[in-house]
Design a protein. Sequence first.
Length: 505
Amino acid sequence: MCDDNELHHGIGRRTLLVTGTAAALTLGSVTFAAAADGDQETRTIRGTLPTGSPDFVYVPVEVPSGVREIKVSYTYDRPSVPTGTAGNALDIGIFDERGTELGGKGFRGWSGGARTEFFLRADDATPGYLPGRVRAGTWHIALGPYTVAPQGLSYEITVTLTYGEQGAVVEPTYPPDRAKGRGRAWYRGDCHLHSWYSDGRRTPAEIAALARAAGLDFINSSEHNTHAAHPHWATEAGDDLLIMLGEEVTTRNGHVVALGTDPGTFVDWRYRARDNRFGRFARRIRKAGGLVVPAHPHATCIGCNWKFGFGEADAVEVWNGPYTPDDEVALADWDGMLVASAREGKDWIPAMGNSDAHRDPDVVGLPQTVVLADDLSREAIQEGIRAGRSYVAESKNVSLSFTATGGKGEHAGIGGRLAAAPDTPVTVRLEVSGAPRCTVRFVTDQGVLFTGGPLPVAGSGVFEWRTTPAYAAYVRAELRHETAAGPLPGALAAFTHPIFLGRVH
């Protein structure tokens, strides 16, 4: 039996559902009739979305009992638009019969704009989607009109149901929370990575191999708006590689990495800054054992610029992939937050660097965050990141030691505080290896107060600078490549977290 029916969605059939300040458009439902085992039924849905459509549009699909598999494919038009005007881009995902409630249990997958079709059944699903039983009820195809051309966005969705006995649901297994490690040591990691479970092109196995080659000790799974990859990392973990699980929560007002959440944790993304919902989902990340890390906060892509503020952040990603002008802005913005923390005596937000690698030629581990942790475990790595006991390096070749010492032997390291009187002489010392011809800068709340280098071709050197807490509230170190042509004062090779000088407030 094959029934190919078409349904046209017109503006007059739309129902506008408003929750708070967020709007979602729900179209007329698509209905299927029950059929015999082995049969398939297909429905085709066509419609047009105008400029200014809500962020998400839902197409209800009435799924009868006896369905073995749901398959969805879609296309949309891409008309020519004037230079500087956004064209059409349409994301897609699906929610099951448990509904589309924000933060609810109905989520079954999201591929954004990375795929034109997907399927779900009990024993398997397209990457980015969650396998599981296909239960009767109202499912919803979720459309995300990311950008809409002035001519509107015309789409066509094809839904195919296959009837028959469902397969066995596979119980997921996850990577362990701990690897062998070296006790208290410096561990290297990359916590922002994408595989083919969202819009990346690499398998988990390929990413794990590249992580090991980059000298990494830990990584974090961070697919866009889905946790479907979590069970697929178990076979890639080992004594030498800790694999944490998370998500890149990709909203229309910025992206945030949920770093090291409990296996199977889903974090919703369907809100903007004006909806006042982010705090709820930041708490969701922490309740699941994760860290809240705004990603590439000054990136220029549509929807990437961070607009939620940093009140909920456990750390912030200020270096994302190869160093670019937006990273320079993020680093300067973070330094401004350090100045405010020193002035007001408040806690400061640590910074991170991650590759955000998706596909060749993206380099896994460029950059990487090097963390002083008591063990190679999820909890210990997160504690080191949260405390700021870390620095960011361009590659495994770069290693740093950064300390401040007072006149009586008082000592503090990266992310620490040297308790000393305002006029106490303090010696700041940086030891570097693996950074040939890089220039060293010591940055304080007054700006750059010391510049040394360039380092020899061998890449190693020691730099010392004397100051007082009255002169510098904090000191952090930067290693920069030789001055590059263009707006950047030399791309970064590494930077440390600050050492604060003076009494504890």
